[in-house]
Design a protein around this ligand. Structure first.
Ligand SMILES: C[S@@+](CC[C@H](N)C(=O)[O-])C[C@H]1O[C@@H](n2cnc3c(N)ncnc32)[C@H](O)[C@@H]1O
Length: 396
């Protein structure tokens, strides 16, 4: 990339940094300098933007990093840039557009900045990043701490090869390795900070083993219905505890295969049983992230999906682990009626969580805490009334 491209990028780098400060994502002088200095376009020579093609199909439109002024400007917008698609699902639909499941991206800069601030790194800290992706975040960390203190792992060897090239073009050589980051980076010893930019269902044991007392972990915990970013402090007995952070955002899931997500297998769905009145609407569920987070800890084995019927009406549908399901329309005359199959108790639990949340004064997501005990048991809790929700122990 030529020096003149860097010069063309400078005003965009400055305006993105200013935008991130205004949004409250960058909160310190240190990160202001780093975001102003590390050119993002070096990390996204090829990226995909969500678009609708002329047939109304949602596609990923391919762009070349800084090929045109418009591309360059787009790279410095506060947006996620998808950089890889699962080759098994990716299909070319026209000259520049693909369908497919994203498997890597350059994270939304405001989310990245918020997480880096939440990580509270200090000079001399050794950091492990799980989910190298483009290498941009590893570069930001290298600029802040020095490349010798930064370690980053990605499951996809090709992503790692590209990330190394991007990092070198920006002048950084941190330790960047291919591997399953849910096992941490055992060769790297212990870390003062661990940041994950792919989600995990539980905090993996390896991350605790590779921590010191006082290590801070910032990661996205994915529960079936929702999930959220937590900032956990590891104590001298191997317990990690802390709050869901004010910074809100979600990441693609950690996977065990380099290029794709294995197909999910759920239980067989129960046949439709009937309808019931409901105390909570689908619109409520969609509107309130904090409530969805509560729902995900109350029903940690349930999933929430969008359902589109033949007439084009959209509903929210909850799937229970036993094949029960319940569906509520997002709009229209039947917003307070659910259709269900199997056990109606599934929706009753949704209503009970809604009533609890309303009675508690609709607490925000960052009032909830998350704890992983040294033996792997995990739970969420709400300190004001001592409520606690045990989460299933999943191997990660
Ligand atoms: C959102 S991207 C990371 C963005 C990146 N931090 C950046 O600055 O560009 C998520 C990355 O997690 C990686 N990933 C998925 N499962 C993983 C796993 N088990 N271990 C390590 N990386 C994983 C994906 O390959 C993908 O590159």
């Amino acid at each position: 990339m030529s020096a003149s491209t860097i010069e063309r990028a400078r005003p965009h780098m400055t305006s993105l940094t200013t935008e991130l400060i205004r949004a409250g994502a960058i909160r310190s002088r240190e990160w202001t300098h780093v975001f102003g200095d590390v050119p993002r376009h070096l990390f996204v020579p090829r990226w995909f933007q969500q678009d609708q093609n002329e047939r109304g199909i949602t596609v990923w439109r391919e762009h070349r990093g800084a090929a045109t002024d418009d591309d360059l400007e787009a790279v410095y917008r506060d947006q996620t840039l998808v950089t890889a698609l699962d080759p098994d699902t990716a299909e070319r639909v026209d000259d520049t557009a693909w369908t497919g499941i994203p498997t890597s991206s350059s994270t939304l800069p405001s989310l990245m900045a918020g997480m880096l601030e939440d990580l509270t790194v200090k000079d001399g800290h050794r950091v492990l990043e799980v989910g190298t992706g483009t290498g941009y975040n590893a570069a930001l960390l290298s600029a802040r701490l020095g490349e010798h203190l930064v370690h980053s792992v990605d499951i996809d060897p090709d992503t790692i090869r590209d990330a190394r090239e991007h990092l070198a073009s920006a002048g950084f050589v941190p330790q960047v390795v291919a591997g399953d980051g849910t096992r941490g980076y055992p060769e790297g010893g212990t870390f003062d900070r661990i940041i994950a930019t792919c989600s995990v269902p539980v905090v993996p044991a390896a991350w605790i083993e590779q921590s010191e007392p006082g290590t801070i972990i910032v990661a996205d915990i994915a529960l079936g219905i929702e999930g959220g970013l937590v900032r956990l402090k590891v104590d001298d007995r191997g317990r990690a505890a802390g709050r869901f952070t004010t910074t809100a955002g979600r990441f693609m899931a950690a996977r065990s295969e380099a290029k794709k997500y294995p197909p999910r297998q759920g239980p067989e769905r129960a046949p439709e049983t009937g309808t019931l009145p409901s105390a909570v609407s689908a619109a409520d569920i969609r509107a309130h992230y904090a409530f969805r987070l509560l729902l995900s800890v109350s029903l940690p084995e349930a999933e929430l999906v969008y359902h589109l019927d033949d007439a084009g009406n959209t509903s929210l549908q909850i799937h229970g682990p036993d094949g029960s399901w319940a569906r509520a329309a997002l709009a229209g005359d039947h917003a307070w009626t659910i259709t269900y199959g199997g056990d109606p108790g599934l929706w009753r639990q949704v209503e009970a969580a809604w009533l609890w949340w309303c009675k508690a004064g609709r607490p925000s997501h960052d009032t909830f805490t998350y704890t992983r005990e040294a033996d792997g048991r995990a739970y969420a809790s709400y300190a004001p009334d001592g409520s606690r929700w045990n989460l299933p122990t999943v191997r990660a």
